[in-house]
Design a protein around this ligand. Sequence first.
Ligand code: B1M
Length: 234
Amino acid sequence: MSDEEDDIILSELDDEELVLQMHDDLYDGLKEEIEEGTNILLERGWEPYRVLTEALVGGMTIVGKDFRDGILFVPEVLLAANAMKAGMAILKPLLAETGAPTIGKMVIGTVKGDIHDIGQNLVTMMMEGAGFEVLNIGINNPVENYLEAMDDFQPDILGMSALLTTTMPYMKVVIDTMVEKGIRDDYIVLVGGAPLNEEFGKAIGADGYCRDAAVAVEMAKEMMARKHNQMAAG
Ligand code: B1M
């Protein structure tokens, strides 16, 4: 870091400059600066969701592009991810604090072979904020982990995340296993992750593909309402 950057006082920047500075700080993996910036934006009255999307997710998008283009490498991206998680940790209780009544239960996890967890942590936070009870089973989950979690936790929804083109086909392994065991229709299956799309979601037999965490919440609510209506009618 240069001396010039050392001199930047985050609280003296206006909102727009601060968000841009946070993108730089996330890029540089500066955890404490990200925590400070997150707190400043909240103190200035920003909604937690806006801080999340504009400052944190916005910064990670830039990291993602330079990672793709070979400008950043795994160690740097890990630092950026840690900084992002530190900001998310501040926002988590605020996003979960809506006081919404429990409207459903969800198990979510990243599939086998895949260790990306920022997206699914974000989905967890947003779902909890919307009133869902969520069991997050973490990363690198073989089908057995999903089955065990569904058995123990009895969710309405199974959520799966994959960030790699090489791991996304594993979602079909999980769904096919559910079909074989005769439990597929007991759950709403939602999938998400950067390389997926709606077509893929349909092709593997999921009930819905979620482009982002906000879509996941909307879709989950809609499908829960549909499930309740069907139960009431039947
Ligand atoms: Co990785 N990585 N990575 N990585 N990484 C990507 C995914 C990549 C696109 C980067 C790139 O090349 N541009 C690329 C994949 C290419 C491909 O498959 N086509 C890639 C690669 C190649 C790799 C490695 C193979 C690199 C290597 O070792 N050479 C390796 C694989 C490790 C493994 O998993 N086995 C690897 C490792 C890593 C780190 C460990 C360094 C780190 C992860 C840290 C962590 O997660 N704790 C990392 C990161 C950070 C990324 C990028 C830069 C950012 C991912 C992220 O957190 N995004 C990523 C680039 C990118 O995605 N543009 C990249 C922010 C997050 C909020 O978005 O996860 O998309 P996202 O989640 C969104 C939606 O997708 C959706 O909602 C979320 C919130 O809005 N969503 C769901 C996600 N899951 C959902 C589940 C749902 C619903 C919605 O269920 C209902």
